[in-house]
Design a protein around this ligand. Structure first.
Ligand SMILES: Cc1cc2nc3c(=O)[nH]c(=O)nc-3n(C[C@H](O)[C@H](O)[C@H](O)COP(=O)(O)O)c2cc1C
Length: 226
């Protein structure tokens, strides 16, 4: 145990209010696909959430992420077309009844959200000098996902909704933004102010899936077959 006296005075403990705010952002973060409003996102707010992303942990401190800010309507329309085609294909892969339920879901807000972010990851970053990636090269992508989660939580605290769109063909999207070969697409995000944040995930409300009890995802000492 670190005694209170030996703690770094530059990092005092969180107050009760600060602690509650962190948990509140985590619990009230939502994936937002509908009810974006058209209000522009001020540059300083966008830079704050991007700075939160940039403070994420990264393997070897490699910071392999890159965020392409997309406001241009024509670009968003081109991405929306890619989404429509991938989404139609996804619907066809389900059997009849599930396909009907799938088609009813709202799964992207590319045109409604005033800002989109294309998040890509350097698959073999020079930064970090390979530390931590010898046995697990995929940790560069994991680092980028950590950055996205930081951004998602900071956005919630700013009153900004974020929706993650993965129903896209990655190579077509990367071509659209001129991304070099050694970068991978990690996420395409729709960002904007929202009318409200839902209390539960949209997929729970739409009875597509429900949250597992916490006990179902925790094991002690070894994996439990359930
Ligand atoms: C890697 C990843 C990809 C996702 N892709 C999509 C997507 O393409 N379309 C969509 O509507 N939601 C997408 N989501 C959002 C999830 O559906 C959502 O996180 C989940 O239903 C739980 O809801 P919540 O984020 O509001 O808690 C994605 C989330 C993650 C983490």
């Amino acid at each position: 145990m670190i005694s209170p006296e030996s703690r770094d005075l530059h990092a005092p403990p969180f107050s009760e209010v600060e602690r509650a705010a962190v948990y509140r952002a985590i619990e009230e973060r939502r994936d937002v696909r509908a009810h974006f409003v058209a209000d522009p996102v001020p540059e300083d707010v966008l830079l704050r959430v991007l700075a939160a992303a940039h403070h994420a942990p990264s393997v070897g401190f490699s910071q392999p992420w890159r965020f392409i800010v997309v406001r241009d309507r024509a670009k968003r329309e081109a991405v929306h077309e890619l989404f429509e085609s991938a989404n139609a294909e996804a619907a066809r892969a389900y059997d009849a009844e599930r396909a009907i339920a799938y088609r009813r879901l709202r799964l992207a807000g590319i045109l409604d959200a005033p800002v989109n972010l294309c998040v890509v990851c350097d698959e073999d970053p020079a930064r970090g000098k390979g530390l931590g990636r010898r046995t697990m090269p995929e940790t560069a992508r994991y680092s980028t996902v950590c950055a996205i989660q930081n951004l998602w939580l900071a956005a919630r605290a700013e009153g900004l909704g974020v929706g993650w769109v993965s129903i896209l063909e990655p190579q077509s999207l990367l071509r659209l933004f001129g991304v070099p070969q050694h970068y991978a697409l990690v996420a395409y995000l729709c960002v904007g102010y929202v009318r409200y944040f839902s209390a539960e995930p949209d997929l729970e409300r739409d009875r597509w899936e429900s949250r597992l009890p916490l006990g179902d995802v925790i094991d002690y000492e070894s994996f439990t077959i359930r």
